[in-house]
Write a protein that binds this ligand. Structure first.
Ligand code: CA2
Length: 153
């Protein structure tokens, strides 16, 4: 199966700024570990990073045609974007939300996620490893859905 992995605004700066919050791994290094992990399980990934909300919305819409699942870290848009929420709802592709840090342990404006109630799972606080945990859970979820469908129950 193919999974779309989406990184939101400023995550291209990972490893370069604020390592005390977001760690020292760069985005290319995290992406390489995601590709390796998917490949080991016989799956493929489409990975994109967008600084703009529209780019993320377009990528979510494309995922409907290309992917069985979505892993997304909407970064700052987590707390503000009705458009990303609407795109995920319209697309209907099972989605896992990832955060490198634990937003709930930080400023008050990070306490709200506009997508947490529409995703199948949420991983936070494990840095770049969170994407691998999300992939593992999402692949298992999709395989179980496919097994249920083919058993006719
Ligand atoms: O913990 C996360 O993964 C966040 O989604 C990261 C966002 C933040 O707005 C969310 O509240 C939590 C920020 C991403 C910005 O990434 C940077 C990386 C390096 C240097 C500066 C920013």
């Amino acid at each position: 199966m193919n999974i779309t992995v989406l990184h939101g605004p400023n995550l291209n700066l990972l490893g370069v700024r604020e390592p005390e919050i977001y760690g020292t791994d760069t985005l290319p290094a995290i992406n390489a570990s995601i590709e390796k992990f998917a490949d080991e399980f016989g799956h493929t990934v489409t990975i994109e990073q967008h600084n703009g909300e529209g780019g993320l919305v377009d990528a979510i819409q494309r995922a409907r045609l290309t992917s069985e699942g979505i892993v997304i870290n909407p970064a700052g848009y987590t707390h503000t974007s009705v458009a990303i929420r609407d795109a995920l709802l319209a697309t209907g592709v099972p989605t896992v939300e990832v955060h490198l840090s634990v937003p709930e342990a930080r400023e008050e404006f990070r306490q709200i996620s506009l997508i947490s109630d529409i995703v199948i799972g949420r991983i936070s606080g494990f840095g770049g490893d969170g994407y691998l945990l999300a992939l593992q859970g999402l692949i298992r979820h999709i395989e179980e859905m496919q097994a249920d469908d083919s058993s006719g129950s």
